[in-house]
Each structure stands twice: as C-alpha cells, then as structure tokens.
Design a protein around this ligand. Structure first.
Ligand SMILES: Cc1cc2nc3c(=O)[nH]c(=O)nc-3n(C[C@H](O)[C@H](O)[C@H](O)COP(=O)(O)OP(=O)(O)OC[C@H]3O[C@@H](n4cnc5c(N)ncnc54)[C@H](O)[C@@H]3O)c2cc1C
Ligand code: SF4
Ligand code: SF4
Length: 1014
C-alpha cells in the first residue's frame, strides 16, 4: 500500500503571515498556498525548478497595488515577488522561491481598440493569439511573432521583448509598445510613454520613486551615450534587459520608460496594461518551401532568399523535420512539403512574401520561382525542389508545424533530452554559417545530439543539445558548454540571448554589457526596486546590494528527478518527460487541448500540472523507500489492502489528515480523460495513462466513492437493464430517482435506456444473426461480403438507433452486416483506474476479437473512444498479448472501398463535430468523412471544436456538472447555435448525449446522415 505522504516544503512564516494579512485587505484575487498550486508554477520550459511560497492571481491593477502596499509594512520587508504570465520562459525567467504573481488567470481582457489610430489597449495577461483573434475581423494584427503565441501573454512578450518569424520587417515587441501601465514595488502607479519637455521636467523633479527613476535614466543616458552605442551590437535582435539604447533619444530629448520595461524580465515592476501598435493584415501572402540536400546548403542559401525581398526566411534541419514527421502535426503539412523523388531533403527554408499589391506580389513570386528552377536545373546551391502555397489555411499549417518544432525537439528517445540553455543565440546573419560550423564542432566534440533551426534572416539559431539532467556529470557539462557558447557568440559579435531573454543566464550580463554599463543597469534597478524585491537576481541586483545574481548552476529539475529510480522514470515516462513548453495551455477554445485547464484556468488542471504532480509523487514515494512498480505488480496479483485498513485511512482523510496523494488526486479527478494531450503534446505526455495508474494505487489505500463502481461496471449492469428498458426507464424518469442518484451516488442526468432495444430493431430489419460456425465454413470470396459490428455499452444500450442505422448503412452499401455478441470493452474501468479489472476485461475481449479476426472479415465499431481503446489502452495493458486484431471505425473501412460504380447523388450539406479523442488520435478522420460524403455528392464541413464536456461519464459526475457545461459553452454551444441542428453530426456517443441534455435535442451520427442520402 502507498504510504501517507506528509512531506511538503512548508511556507516560510513571514510569507504565511503576509498571505493571511493579504486576505484581510481589499485584495480580490485568488491566494493559493497549497503544495500542488506552488508546484504547478515551479517550472517553465527551462531546466530549473524553484518552489514559490505561494501564488497570487490578482484580478485588477488595484489588487497589485494592494499587494505592494501591504508589502511596504516593516514586518513584510523581506517579502519578494516574481510576475508570471504563460510560464513559457526557456531560462527560468518567471521562476521564484518567493511569491509568484500570475496575471494570466484574470487579467486577460482586451480593453480598448482604436482602429483609426492603430492601437489596442490590453491587460497584460492577454495571450498573443487571443489578441490577434480579436483583431482579425477588423483586418488588423499585432505583428511581433513567437512560437508560443497560443499561450504566451503580452506581459511575458513585453518583458522578454519577444520576437520571431518576420522580425526583419516587424521588429521586436518593444517596437510596438506605445505605453505601459505598471505598479512599482512601493505601490505607485507608473504610466509610461515617450515624454519630453515640460512633462519630463515635472516628472524628473518629483520627490518619489517615479522622479527617482527618471533622474537615474537621464543621468545614465547623458553620461554613457558613447558606451551604450558601442556595447549594443547593430543587430535586429539588439541587446535586451535593460534597453539603454532606446530609452533616451538625445536628439529630441525624449525619455520612454516603456523601453526600459520591455525586456526587463519582470525585474523592475508589475506591468498591468499595455497600449500596443497594431497594423493591417497583409492582403497577399505567399510561402515558398525550398528544399535542400543539406542543412548547410539551406543556411548558406538564406541570404539569397532574404535579398529576394522576403518578409522572413526560416531554416529547419532534417532532425527537426524527421521529428515533425513522427508527430500528428505532419498530417497537416505532408502535402505541402512533399518528398523529392530520388533525393533526401536534409534542409528546408520557409520563405514568406507579403504585399498589398497583387501584381508586385506575383512578380516577386515569379522571379524567385525562375531563379530556383534554374538552380535546380543546374544542380547548384544544394536546392533540390520547392513548393509554393498561397492559401492562408496552408500557410498557417506550415507555421503551425514550425511553431511546434521547438517543442518537438524535446521528444527524443532515451534519457538525454534536448534542453534549452544555448537555444537562441544571435550573430550577424553574414556570420551565421561560419558560426554554426564552430557551434556544431563544439557539440560534436562532446558527442551530443541536437536539432537546429532558426530565423536565419535575423541570424538567430535555435539549438537544443540533448543532455540527461539526471546525471550530475552531464549537468556539469551543461555549464561547460554554456560558457563556451558565450565565448563563441562573443567571437562572432553576437548575443547569447537573441530571443528568449536571460533568466538564469543573467550571470553572463556583465560579459555582454561590460562592467561600466552593467553598473548603470544596477543603478536603474536600484531606482525602481531598491531592496531587490521584484524578480530578485534576474538581469542584475541593485547597486550596493550584496546579493548575487541567479546562476546557470542554480537548482535544477534534474536534482529532483534523479531521486526517482531509473526503472520508475522509464515506466512513468509519460509524466517524467514533460518539458514544460506549455503547449497544453493553448488558449484556443476550438482546439481539443486541454479542456480542464481551459475551464478552470488552474495550471494544476493541465497536462503539465498533472505531470509535475506525478513526478513529485513518485519522488516522495522513492524517498519513502517505496518500490511503486512492485506495488503495482502486487495489485495485479490480487494482493490488495484490507477493506478495514482502507476504511480507517478514509476516515482519517475525511477528518482532514494531510496526504500529498490527495492533492495529486484532486488534479487527476479534474481530468476528463479525453486523451487530447496524448497526441497533441509534442512530448506525448499521456495523462489518462498515468492518471489511471495513480488511481489504481491510491484506491488501494483509500476507499472508492460509489460513483466509481457505477461507472466502471456500466458494462455489467447495462446489458442486464437493457433487457427491460421500459421497466428501468420508468424509475429513471422519476424525480426521486434523480435526487437519490445525485445524493447517494453522485451522478446526474443519467441517460435513459434505448427502447426499442437494439436486438428488437435488428430483428425488424431482417439482419442475420451472428453464427460463428456458419461463418467459419464460408469461402474467402463469400467472407468478403460480410462485415462484423462490434458493440459497445453506450451506443448499444443508450443509443441503439445509431447501431441499427450503422447496420442498415452497411446493408445498403451491398454488404451483409452481423452484430457480434456484446463483450465488455473495459474503457470505463480504465478511466476510473480499476486497472486489475481492466487487464482481465481487456485480456478476455482481446481473446474474443482475435478469434473473430481469424474469420478475416472486417470488424467495425461505432463509438470512437471505445474503438480507440482497443488500439491504445489494450496495447499498454496487454503488450504483445493483445494480438493483432483490428477494429475499424466506419469511415476507415468505407473510404478505401468507395468504387466508381454509379451511386446516388445528393447536394445536401452537413457539419461534422468531431469527437476530441478521435480527431486527435486519428487526425484524418474528419477529412475521411468529408471524402465519403463528397463521393455521394454531399458536403460535410468539419467544425473545429474543442471537447464537448461530457467525455464518457465526466459530465454525469455531480461534482463536475458545472465544469462540464462550461466546457460545452467554450465552443460547442456557439458553433451549434450558428447552424441548423438537424445538419450537425457527431461521431461520439458522449458528444451526442451532451448536446441532448443541454440543447434538448440530439445530433445524428454521420452514418445516419449517410443512410438518408444513400
Ligand atoms: C517552445 C517554445 C518556443 C518559444 N519560441 C519563442 C519565439 O519564437 N520567440 C520568443 O521571443 N520567445 C519564444 N519563447 C520564449 C517565451 O515563450 C517568450 O519569452 C514569451 O514571451 C514568454 O511569455 P510568457 O507569458 O510565457 O511569460 P512568462 O514565462 O510567464 O514570463 C517571462 C518573463 O516575463 C515576466 N513577466 C510576465 N508577465 C509580466 C508582467 N505582467 N509584468 C512584469 N513582468 C512580467 C516574468 O517575470 C518573466 O521574467 C519560446 C518558448 C518555448 C517554450
Ligand atoms: S504536458 Fe506536453 S504540452 Fe504540456 S508542458 Fe508538458 S510537454 Fe508541454
Ligand atoms: S486527458 Fe484531456 S483533460 Fe485530461 S489532461 Fe489530457 S487533455 Fe487535459
């Protein structure tokens, strides 16, 4: 049995007192002190780990003022803070052992748009893609780009001065910040924008922190003008944190404090609002995907492409491309970056042209195409092919792949994982090719694997060498390589941080700024934050402070992970491998990733949060000398704890006894087991798998609630109840039953059983009964006309019309459908972590289906989640014992069989609402359905939606009811409301039942629509 885990880093006394005092003020935001909440923000995409004392989620600027004012009291003089947005930093910028102030949960409103003057005012917790989705209908956009655009916040972008693709033309974030509102550590409100003349005189004369800041900036800029101009390289990605070059314009005498705050990595103030310059979305966009025989050829050819007046040139090496090919993302771009027959594509340049004038755009495109044709014909410059795309959706798909590439770099086999520490160096573009040769030599000397890509137009290189941070020797190697890359970058007159900021690399600051200017930075820090209380240790410390900068040698995640035995790490790689890139925080409600964090806005309820908790749980078990794998084997062998023990443990839990496992359980219970993370996460962090394993072990210590049995045994009681549906429905319809089920079982809105039953419908439609012996004696040719339909408990007993119509459709298509006897699938057991029982169910069902597979007749299932369980969960549970039976989804079976024979033609229009498990695991499912409908003349348009909120039985759990409905309202409600409901189709049983309970009317399965047009 797992032990009670009582270890948690306690909150320091003064911090605890501060948080208590804060709760008594007018502060209206959330205050989170739990170990789980603190762990959820203890990591970012870097190798570091810092546990904060607590997490604050302010709701307004006034809340932050409240925090700062309270912190002015003498007793709280040692309290320190670090601002946080999306937490996607690659170098620990937002990590802190103090208090984290997370602005992303509530301060994410777009406040004002002025189309005429071209600006928008936002709170800084707004996500970059959220802003652009808002601006799109106005034909406007916020141009600085970054790979993490679907989760990085404006506050993080401003503070790291983010930039990316297109930076030669669009510049960096700071080039588009018109004004900022910030709260200083003393609680003063700082409104910054370019100022000069009398206004500047007035501000610098003030007798407060704001006056002090202006005086310091003016003094530094007036006295160090030449030094600044010498130290800041003339690069597109200039030296960030703090931007002395742009804060003062000597010609006009203008001071713009926004420039100092941009790139300050939260070390000066809390930025609460930003006024941003926005511009018109270019009318014409064209992308060239130019293919090369090597990465070096692609790099060397980049300047030629830039000179062709391109907006941007992005280079990718074969390692990154090969990783993308293994990922779900490749399905969306494979036709746009097709292989070159007889050649190996080992490098790619993605070149974009934008224009307002169609004719000029066409000329640019034709000119480059002609040049590339000539190079290919003459076999020059390593160019082996190219493809052009000007469809916006295609362009977005290519950039989607490119954006995912950084994350994909983390997905490599083995214990050495590509890590961020030298991942965004920048050198003058003309030095890039030579610089990369030396960089590669350095990595090769250490026998390190790495993938490379970058914004070659700006001289920025993304490279993540693979290191095993659980190995102390490799941790030392990281420092060694880091120092050498600093020297190499300096040699090529570049910067160590061309894009992602410094964070724990702040110790290299003096090297790049020089001692004299670095002292000026410290003076500026002292003016803003004299006692080093805001993101301390990052960028610089205040002058006269004896405290040191954060360092590359700081405490790393590996220090914790290495406490988990290797075999456990390998077994739980689905959680250990999470590298914190934050893709699972995707703000987009039409994306399936991840409904629970979208609805709760609580990072504990994200794949990353759950993976982090799981790692800590495994670590604590290891430190308690628990062999978790042995415990699991014992459970499979039937060695359970006695009910007695579980009872006493459960009583203790009810009395409020602390066990870290309860915190982990809370996060796991919020998971819908929709499996979006399993395929969407670049590292394939698979929450449903480790969640089930956790629950299996947890419930060997604590009793299960009744509802777990209600769900897990649906496949036992539904077939029994399904024999007398009217009898049971009579009781189910009673209000009293609903009240009792909610009160005693904790389940709501239990669906009614199908009546008439599937069995009786089948009889009415002259569909033969399954007879194994008869099938066994059929010839091969005869078998070809048969199709076996595998039943699942949900469609068979609760949505029998769908199965009936599936059988009728198969018949109409000229085949002989047969209904296989019902066999439990086990998915409901898996969801609730009844893994010992699931293993038995899966073994039994697999044996049956393997036997059926011998008949060599295709087998089809109706519900995607149940069918996919045979493919994934069965493989996990049974390994080789699963056998090689195959249960297809209807569209997978029909698509290759669509012949050219005459067929009915319909011009009807339908809309497909895909099941999230299906669309993420089988990315072609929606387009496969569309092809089938097209074959019959009908149109089936895929509607991009996230999760419906039902996910099996999650939505029937009384404790999840409001979240379930809220998830539905994120995307389904809106999209269904836009359309004629009778034209909307859903493949998932859960989705149909969710629509039915919320809208009062169910949707059809696509098979039913097909039947109507056949
Ligand atoms: C896979 C991957 C790809 C990336 N690609 C790019 C890229 O293409 N271009 C690029 O520029 N970066 C890139 N980054 C780095 C990162 O996404 C950016 O730096 C981003 O701007 C950080 O935003 P965030 O909201 O996640 O900020 P966080 O990580 O939460 O914070 C970053 C810094 O900003 C400070 N901060 C945040 N909000 C505030 C605020 N309101 N007030 C004051 N300080 C604040 C924090 O204290 C911290 O120092 C990438 C990161 C990853 C993981
Ligand atoms: S779970 Fe996946 S997507 Fe989320 S942070 Fe971890 S690796 Fe990234
Ligand atoms: S299974 Fe779904 S709800 Fe659960 S963590 Fe993964 S994406 Fe989120």
């Amino acid at each position: 049995m797992i032990p009670k885990l009582t270890h948690q880093e306690n909150i320091k006394k003064d911090y605890f007192a501060f948080l208590e005092a804060l709760s008594r003020t007018d502060y209206s935001g959330d205050i989170e002190k739990s170990y789980a909440s603190r762990l959820a923000v203890a990591t970012d995409n870097s190798v570091y780990q810092c546990l904060p004392q607590g997490v604050l989620f302010p709701k307004s600027t006034q809340d932050i003022v409240e925090i700062c004012q309270l912190a002015q009291q003498d007793e709280f003089a040692d309290i320190r803070f670090s601002p946080r947005g999306g937490g996607t930093g690659t170098n620990g910028q937002s990590l802190s052992n103090d208090l984290v102030l997370d602005l992303s949960r509530y301060m994410n409103n777009i406040l004002e748009l002025n189309e005429k003057e071209g600006w928008v005012r936002v709170q800084t917790g707004v996500v970059k893609d959220q802003l652009n989705a808002y601006l799109r209908p106005y034909g406007l956009f916020f141009s600085p780009e970054l790979s993490t655009s679907n989760r990085a916040t404006i506050g993080g972008m401003v503070s790291c001065d983010a930039s990316g693709q297109g930076s030669l033309v669009y510049g960096k974030t700071s080039d588009h910040v018109l004004a900022l509102q910030s709260v200083l550590v003393d609680g003063a409100l700082l409104n910054s924008a370019p100022i000069k003349g009398a206004e500047l005189v007035e501000l610098r004369g003030r007798d407060d922190s704001i006056g002090k800041i202006y005086r310091q900036i003016l003094e530094t800029c007036a006295t160090k003008q030449q030094k600044i101009s010498d130290a800041f390289p003339k690069l597109n990605r200039f030296l960030t944190g703090y931007d002395l070059k742009h804060v003062y314009d000597a010609e006009t005498g203008t001071v713009d404090l926004t420039r100092i705050l941009c790139g300050a990595e939260g070390s000066l103030a809390f930025i609460t609002e930003a006024k941003l310059h926005i511009q018109k979305i270019p009318t014409y966009r064209t992308l060239f995907n130019v293919k090369y025989d090597s990465f070096q050829s692609a790099l060397q050819h980049a300047p030629f492409l830039v000179n062709a007046n391109a907006l941007s040139v992005e280079t990718i090496d074969s390692k990154v491309m090969n990783l993308a090919k293994l990922d779900i993302v490749w399905h969306s771009v494979s036709e746009l970056i097709a292989d070159v027959p007889g050649k190996c594509v080992d490098g790619l340049n993605i070149v974009e042209f934008v224009e307002e004038d169609a004719q000029i755009q066409a000329q640019k495109v034709a000119a480059l195409a002609a040049k590339l044709d000539a190079l290919i014909a003459n076999q020059e410059d390593g160019v082996i092919g190219y493809q052009i795309c000007d469809d916006l959706a295609d362009i977005n798909r290519i950039y989607g792949m490119r954006k995912k590439a950084v994350g994909l770099l983390g997905n490599t086999a083995g214990s050495a994982k590509p890590i961020a520490f030298v991942e965004d160096t920048c050198v003058p573009p003309e030095n890039l090719a030579a610089y990369i040769i030396e960089f590669r030599q350095l990595l090769d000397e250490h026998n390190l694997h790495y993938g490379m890509f970058g914004h070659v137009d700006a001289g920025v290189l993304h490279v993540r060498p693979a290191l095993d941070m659980c190995d102390p020797e490799q941790e030392k190697m990281m420092r060694n390589i880091s120092d050498k890359v600093v020297a190499l970058t300096a040699k090529y007159k570049g910067l160590m941080w061309g894009e992602h900021g410094k964070g724990f690399r702040s110790e290299y600051g003096p090297e790049f700024f020089g001692e004299e200017l670095f002292t000026e930075l410290r003076k500026i820090k002292a003016a803003f934050d004299p006692n080093n209380r805001v993101n301390p240790g990052k960028i610089c410390t205040p002058l006269n402070s004896m405290e040191s900068l954060v360092s590359v040698d700081a405490l790393k995640r590996g220090t914790f992970d290495r406490q988990i035995p290797i075999k456990v790490r390998e077994s739980f790689k689905e959680s250990i491998d999470c590298n914190g890139n934050g893709l699972c925080f995707n703000y987009d409600t039409s994306s399936p990733m991840c409904p629970s964090v979208k609805v709760t806005k609580d990072r504990r309820h994200s794949p990353k949060g759950r993976a982090g908790l799981m790692r800590e749980w495994l670590r604590q078990l290891a430190n308690n000398d628990i062999d978790v794998l042995q415990l699991e084997s014992n459970l499979y062998a039937g060695k359970n704890a006695t009910v007695f023990k579980k009872f006493f443990n459960t009583v203790a839990k009810r009395k409020g006894e602390y066990d870290f496992s309860h915190e982990v359980m809370e996060a796991m219970q919020g998971c819908l087991a929709c499996k979006a993370c399993t395929s969407q996460c670049p590292i394939q962090v698979d929450v449903p798998t480790f969640r089930a394993r956790f629950m299996h072990l947890y419930h060997n210590r604590y009793l299960r609630p009744l509802k777990d049995y209600f769900v897990a045994y649906v496949e036992t009681y539904a077939p029994l109840m399904g024999k007398m549906p009217n009898f049971f429905n009579f009781f189910m319809k009673m209000k009293l039953t609903a009240t009792l089920t909610e009160k005693f079982v904790g389940m709501v809105d239990i669906p009614l059983l199908s009546s008439p039953t599937l069995k009786s419908s089948v009889k009415q439609h002259d569909i033969s009964e399954f007879d194994l012996q008869k099938l066994q004696v059929l010839s091969d040719a005869e078998r070809e006309s048969y199709v076996l339909v595998v039943q699942d408990p949900f469609t068979t007993y609760y949505d029998a019309d769908v199965v009936r119509d599936l059988l009728l459709t198969i018949k109409k298509l000229g085949y002989k459908p047969l209904l296989l006897p019902f066999k439990p699938n086990g998915k409901p057991q898996h969801i609730k972590g009844f893994l010992s029982q699931f293993a038995k169910t899966a073994e039994d069902s697999a044996a049956f289906l393997n036997q059926m597979a011998q008949l060599n007749i295709p087998m089809l299932g109706t519900d995607p989640a149940m069918v996919l369980c045979y493919r994934d969960e069965y493989k996990h549970a049974l390994g080789d014992k699963r056998g090689d039976f195959n249960v297809h989804l209807f569209q997978e079976w029909l698509l290759p069989r669509l012949g050219e024979a005459e067929r009915p033609q319909s011009n009807e229009q339908f809309f497909l609402f895909g099941h999230c498990t299906e669309v993420t695991a089988e990315p072609t499912s929606s387009s496969d359905w569309a092809k089938i409908f097209k074959h019959y003349g009908a149109t089936l348009t895929n509607v991009p939606v996230g999760c419906c909120g039902m996910a099996g039985t999650y939505g029937h759990d009384a404790g999840h009811l409001s979240d379930s409905k809220a998830i539905y309202s994120l995307s389904w409600e809106r999209e269904i409301a836009k359309r004629d409901r009778s034209r909307c189709l859903a493949t998932g049983y859960s989705c149909r039942s969710q629509v039915k309970r919320i809208e009062g009317q169910t949707l059809k399965h696509p098979v039913q629509a097909l039947l109507s047009i056949l």
